[in-house]
Design a protein around this ligand. Structure first.
Ligand SMILES: Nc1ncnc2c1ncn2[C@@H]1O[C@H](COP(=O)(O)OP(=O)(O)OP(=O)(O)O)[C@@H](O)[C@H]1O
Ligand SMILES: [Mg+2]
Length: 443
């Protein structure tokens, strides 16, 4: 799957690129107009100058002793001329020329009006019934330089505009998407079992219906899960009393029955009923594990709960469970004490049931809220180990069970953001089985 691209990045780049292109288009348009106008102004200056100089030149030539003698007009200050001119007779003989004028750049014979050569713009005008001509020349490079400067002046702001636009769009989109980010955080930070509606103020109109739809979906999911859970819990609960009553009847029947096949059959029924009672008990535990309320509002001390469960188990199974509690004497975590007790009880019960019967069980809780339950016994192969936390999946153990204990432990761990790991052989040993649960330390 392609990684999702950032809306902020796309808007920032897209808007900046679009704006730059528009600006460039506008610049080219403006430049064409400016160039046209510049040409008009330069042409009119050329024409005006020629019209001014011509009468003076005619007067000057008329006053000469030798009228047909060419003369250079010295400038007031010696500098390079932008405009140069020639005053010629009808046959092309030069009568007067400006200081920098180069006759080779002019037409061979005088021409009236505007003409353009490869390097110059020329203008010609005549006087004395086309007896005297003046021609002005202006280098085209001069005009090009003016046009280029105009172009630079138009282009220069773009350089500053690109980073400003990128930054501006980025900031604007960043601020506009604040509520969307808050929505994302609200989804990310919620626990696995939390299906309550997500409320975020002032979502954009495009996202708001999506958030509504997600809330509707979660509500329907929550109702469906709740119905399933309450059905499991209720049926397990409803089964409890009749099961206990039937078990009592069967036990009485067994005692009263004469030695023989009837007693054997009664014993079998008793065993099945006990398995059924355990199954309904496990189903109730699973329903609780899947329901909300696994997290406690205030952090709870896990040490006394663990000590109590271990005591209970030792009482029932002849002091096989050795417990190591942290020196700190108190380990706080935000887990419901009942849920913690169910988890620990399932793990210790497994160790007693499936582990080597004559070996001790080691239970420890570190000050970092790391719980370990270790027992001796044959190594469980990796492929089986991986599937043991699934519901109704059992290993190669000969002991009775429904295959729900580890699934209950995993569901509780996930509900309180704890991690659970099954290890076989146990850490630092050749055989055995170890369950490691890392709870989140509460502050
Ligand atoms: N401490 C352990 N040592 C060895 N094997 C274990 C241990 N804990 C679990 N197992 C294996 O994992 C399987 C699944 O355990 P789980 O607790 O889910 O079910 P169960 O104990 O068989 O039945 P239930 O707990 O529902 O009564 C067990 O059948 C057993 O093979
Ligand atoms: Mg079990």
């Amino acid at each position: 799957m392609k990684p999702a691209s950032s809306l902020q990045k796309r808007l920032g780049l897209g808007l900046t690129l679009g704006m730059t292109l528009l600006w460039l288009g506008a610049t080219v348009g403006a430049w064409v107009v400016v160039q046209h106008e510049l040409n008009e102004v330069f042409d009119s200056a050329l024409e005006e100058t020629a019209q001014r100089i011509l009468p003076l030149a005619v007067l000057e030539i008329g006053n000469r002793d030798e009228p047909r003698q060419a003369r250079h007009i010295a400038p007031l200050k010696v500098r390079k001329e932008y405009l140069t001119y020639l005053v010629r007779g009808a046959k092309g003989e030069i009568l007067m020329q400006s200081h920098d004028a180069d006759p080779s750049i002019f037409n061979p014979l005088p021409v009236e009006g505007f003409t353009t050569t490869s390097r110059y713009r020329l203008y010609g005008a005549s006087a004395l019934r086309e007896g005297v001509f003046i021609e002005m020349a202006e280098p085209l490079a001069h005009r090009r330089e003016a046009a280029q400067e105009a172009l630079f002046a138009l282009l220069l702001p773009i350089l500053a505009l690109i980073p400003i636009s990128l930054l501006g769009t980025w900031l604007f989109v960043h601020v506009s998407l604040r509520s969307v980010r808050a929505y994302r955080r609200a989804i990310e930070t919620r626990g696995v079992g939390d299906l309550s509606p997500i409320k975020v103020d002032r979502l954009p109109a495009e996202i708001d219906p999506l958030a509504e739809a997600v809330n509707h979906l979660m509500e329907r999911l929550r109702k469906a899960l709740e119905a399933e859970r309450s059905f499991t819990a209720n049926s397990a609960h409803e089964l409890r009393t009749p099961l206990a009553a039937t078990l009592a009847h069967i036990q009485r029947l067994r005692r009263e029955a004469p030695e023989g096949p009837l007693q054997v059959r009664a014993a079998k029924i008793e065993t099945s009923l006990q398995a059924l009672t355990r199954l309904s008990e496990k189903l109730m535990q699973l329903a609780k594990a899947e329901g909300g309320g696994l997290l406690s509002e205030a952090p709870q001390d896990l040490v006394p709960v663990l000590a109590h469960v271990v005591d209970e188990c030792n009482h029932a199974a002849g002091q096989r469970v050795h417990v190591v509690l942290p020196a700190a004497r108190s380990v706080l975590s935000a887990i419901d004490p009942d849920a913690f007790a169910i988890l620990v009880r399932n793990l210790i019960e497994n160790a007693m049931k499936h582990g080597a019967p004559d070996r001790p069980i080691e239970v420890s809780l570190s000050s970092q809220a790391l719980l370990r339950v270790v027992n001796a016994g044959p190594v469980v192969p990796e492929p089986i180990l991986r599937r043991l936390t699934e519901r109704f999946v059992r290993g190669e153990s000969g002991a009775q069970g429904s295959g729900l204990g580890l699934a209950i432990a995993l569901t509780i761990a996930q509900g309180v953001n704890a991690t659970i790991a099954l290890v076989s052989p146990a850490t630092g040993k050749q055989d055995g089985f170890e369950v490691i649960v890392q709870f989140v330390l509460g502050r």
